[in-house]
Design a protein around this ligand. Structure first.
Ligand SMILES: [Zn+2]
Length: 357
């Protein structure tokens, strides 16, 4: 059999999920195991090796038809040496995970952190597949980030950059788990929206939020959006404020990277166009030099749940992102037409792929 599969393994704080992934990004068969917190880090990896070996045997996967195993792990990862330097979710320190799994399964292993894994999945096979310059933001418990520059994943020195949730947007603001105050994720994660919703409920006992959260069975990030849709003024204030913080944080990244697109994933991104249309409007009204600057597309993730698995498996496939022409350039050039600046400059810059359009 031709080698065209890789095994993608997405390691989370409560469970480990994996599966064989084809070179066009399809997940074939899956396995999972819970993370048993009573086991130490070596015991957890040994349990994972056992599950992988059983899975490989059951599906007749071996080194003849599988290129390798990709791992996505939350935390600080030394990608070069395959070591989990520190993962606070898993309580792992200096764990040589790639070497252990490679020796245990007989297959090569590649590794990146979970946010980068999801970014790769989305960039290669999902919403970001048309773009060479892309940022991804996962709006969940915190804000996970990923950076694709000129088709390549940018991970920073020793794979420890791209912490996009930890830039300060409110000086001396709310405390963050990273030790600073006022970080982007403290204002634009799902956790932040829940905190603000609880505050609003305490201050306004007449808000529909009380009814809505009682039906949901808890206060979660959906409540503010439901209340806003139902015309509750307090829900509306929560959503407007959330959009403001999210957009201000995103615009900082627009100005640093000027990506062609950004992709939003995670729980809050499930609000889809209701959220994204507001963020677009906010950004377009305030975006730096907007009339002379290409607009940044704002997208909702298409893959979601499987993007981590697919992303790490794709570490073994030829780099489809790197080799793609920038499809957005034609559109960006049209946007600039009519502006008295930039067009000449843009035309003078040779850009690979543009002439093919
Ligand atoms: Zn922080």
């Amino acid at each position: 059999m031709e080698k065209k599969l890789a095994i993608g393994v997405d390691i989370g704080g409560t469970s480990i999920k994996g599966g064989a992934v084809t070179s066009d990004g399809k997940v074939l068969d899956v396995f999972s195991l819970p993370v048993d917190k009573s086991l130490n880090q070596e015991q957890t990896i040994n349990a994972l090796i056992e599950v992988i070996n059983k899975y490989l045997k059951e599906h007749n996967y071996n080194k003849d038809n599988v290129l390798g195993i990709g791992l996505g792990v939350p935390g600080c990862i030394d990608t070069e040496n395959g070591v989990v330097t520190y993962s606070n979710n898993l309580d792992w320190y200096e764990l040589p995970i790639s070497k252990m799994i490679s020796e245990g399964t007989g297959l090569p292993v590649r590794i990146t952190n979970d946010a980068n894994a999801a970014t790769l999945g989305e960039a290669k096979f999902g919403a970001g597949k048309r773009y060479k310059n892309l940022l991804m933001f996962t709006l969940g418990t915190g804000i996970g980030g990923g950076i694709i520059i000129d088709g390549k994943l940018y991970e920073g020195h020793m794979g420890k950059g791209a912490e996009l949730g930890h830039t300060v947007i409110v000086m001396d603001g709310e405390p963050c788990t990273c030790g600073r105050r006022g970080c982007f994720e403290v204002y634009a994660s799902a956790t932040a929206l829940v905190r603000e919703t609880k505050k609003m409920m305490e201050e306004h006992k007449d808000s529909k939020l009380w009814d809505i959260t009682s039906k949901l069975g808890k206060v979660d990030a959906r409540a503010a959006f439901i209340a806003d849709r139902e015309g509750d003024p307090y829900g509306h204030i929560l959503v407007e404020n959330y959009v403001k913080y999210l957009s201000q944080g995103l615009m900082n990244y627009f100005n640093i990277f000027r990506p062609e697109a950004i992709c939003l994933s995670g729980g809050v991104a499930n609000e889809g166009d209701y959220l994204i249309s507001r963020v677009k409007k906010y950004c377009e009204e305030r975006n730096y030099g907007y009339k002379g600057t290409p607009k940044v597309e704002i997208l909702k993730s298409e893959i979601g749940y499987d993007s981590g698995k697919i992303g790490v498996a794709s570490l073994f496939f030829e780099d489809r992102v790197e080799n793609r022409p920038s499809k957005r350039l034609g559109a960006a050039k049209k946007e600039l037409e009519g502006c008295d600046t930039s067009l000449e400059t843009l035309n003078s810059i040779p850009v690979e792929g543009f002439d093919k359009e």
